[in-house]
Design a protein around this ligand. Structure first.
Ligand code: NAD
Ligand code: DAU
Length: 365
């Protein structure tokens, strides 16, 4: 009988596991009863990679390993795969911030496209067409372009990426799909909406606003603030990816979303209210008597700013029974509480000491 893939016992190469979603995913699966496999976190530790995000993973002993490396480096990728007997890759590694892609697209093309290509080639070479393997590619709803006031993205929506970031992700999605069709690689792809939650780098909307608000700095809302995003708590995204690895059909794409559309300005107002209840502005000297909402400042729009994203996640719901488990109010409160309770994590980013780990561990290599 042909061998089949069992995620619960897999040796999983998680790329980009020191970033926001990757680190949440690693914590999610290692803590899960029923997962007896191993996780190898391959991360280049760019500005977005933070070793502190995995501080708690040491307790898993030999079930967790960290490799500092670049997914664009075939030697490094193949060595990690051979050494750890990897039979599953979950590719989170990417340059992920749209604004950065507008100011400097080169690294997005390199990591997001060439890096995905290197991973696919390594999997093709080492796994051949072994059915007991899985390559899961984590992608974004931004590949579908921008919506008008009605409708939602389905898995059949034609790709129409409009920023260097989304174009690079679209390109990698096509490569992954091509390796499934051409070489029989066992792949799944997920296209997800905006995530929020613990450990998100404070360049993205929600953590940026939390940190600015607590310091009494302006809350910069792009354009008219009426662009719409569909928000998903990161733990729910991790749960969906795990389900796809357990039960998703190879060769298929699945949309993942929060069913939670918000105009940016409304989201920022919600956030100000959450902050008022959890860390009242009246008790914060940096606010000098102002409410958090008084910090909201409209600024110049992002070039090519997509107007609206909304995900139809009925396929993953129908096939695997997945639904987001957290309401936006719960997710937002948990997120604000996490940032309020992790001032050291924030300080380490602000003063750059989260990079010191690199100097200590890699200075003389
Ligand atoms: P992030 O920027 O927080 O983390 C990216 C991680 O990748 C970092 O740890 C970084 O060091 C690592 N990395 C970057 N280049 C690398 C390279 N060449 N080799 C190895 N590691 C490298 O990103 P995130 O928000 O956690 O997003 C993770 C993935 O999910 C990305 O592929 C992104 O496109 C996708 N995604 C993100 C969202 C979101 O809302 N954040 C939504 C949908 C999909
Ligand atoms: O949709 C999924 C995508 O969501 C992911 O693929 C990306 O990796 C992730 O970064 C995110 O992209 P966005 O561009 O939607 O996220 P960002 O947090 O940068 O912005 C969210 C919205 O808020 C967007 O409409 C721009 C706006 N914005 C953002 C920032 C940083 C502001 O108004 N002010 C800001 O300061």
């Amino acid at each position: 009988m042909a061998k089949s893939f069992h995620f619960s016992k897999a040796s999983v190469l998680v790329t980009g596991g020191a970033g926001f979603i990757g680190s949440n995913f690693i914590h999610h699966i290692l803590a899960r009863r029923g997962f007896s496999g191993k996780v190898v976190n391959l991360d280049k530790l760019t500005y977005a990679g933070n070793p502190g995000n995995l501080a708690g993973a040491r307790k898993y002993g030999r079930r967790y390993a960290f490799v500092r490396g670049d997914i664009c480096d075939p030697g490094c990728v193949k060595a990690a795969m051979k050494r750890h007997g990897v039979n599953c890759i979950v590719n989170f590694a990417a340059e992920s911030h749209v604004d950065r892609s507008i100011h400097g697209p080169a690294e997005f093309i390199n990591t997001n496209i060439n890096g995905a290509f290197v991973l696919l080639e390594a999997a093709r070479e080492l796994w051949k067409a072994d059915a007991a393997t899985r390559f899961h590619h984590v992608s974004t709803d931004e590949v579908y372009g921008s919506l008008g006031p009605k409708g939602r993205f389905t898995e059949k929506t034609p790709y129409d990426p409009r920023s260097p970031y989304s174009a690079s992700k679209a390109s990698s999605d096509h490569l992954v799909s091509a390796y499934s069709h051409t070489y029989g690689l066992q792949v799944t792809i997920s296209n997800c909406s905006n995530n929020y939650g613990p450990r998100q780098f404070p360049e993205k909307l929600i953590p940026l606003m939390i940190l600015n608000a607590l310091e009494g700095k302006p809350l910069p809302v792009y354009g008219d603030g009426k662009n719409v995003r569909d928000w998903l708590y990161v733990e729910d995204h991790c749960d969906a990816i795990r389900l796809l690895l357990e039960k998703g059909r190879p060769g298929e794409t699945y949309n993942i979303g929060g069913g939670c559309e918000k105009r940016n300005i409304d989201l920022v107002k919600n956030l100000c209210s959450a902050l008022e209840s959890l860390a009242p502005s009246a008790a914060n000297a940096a606010l000098r008597g102002r409410k958090y909402s008084e910090l909201i400042t409209y600024v110049k729009d992002r070039p090519g700013h997509d107007r609206r994203y909304a995900i139809d996640y009925s396929k993953i719901h129908r096939e695997l029974g997945w639904n987001p488990a957290h309401t936006f109010a719960e997710g937002l409160a948990r997120t604000v509480e996490w940032y309020l309770g992790n001032s050291e994590w924030i300080a380490n980013i602000k003063n750059g000491s989260y990079r010191k780990w690199l100097e200590k561990n890699y200075a003389r290599r």
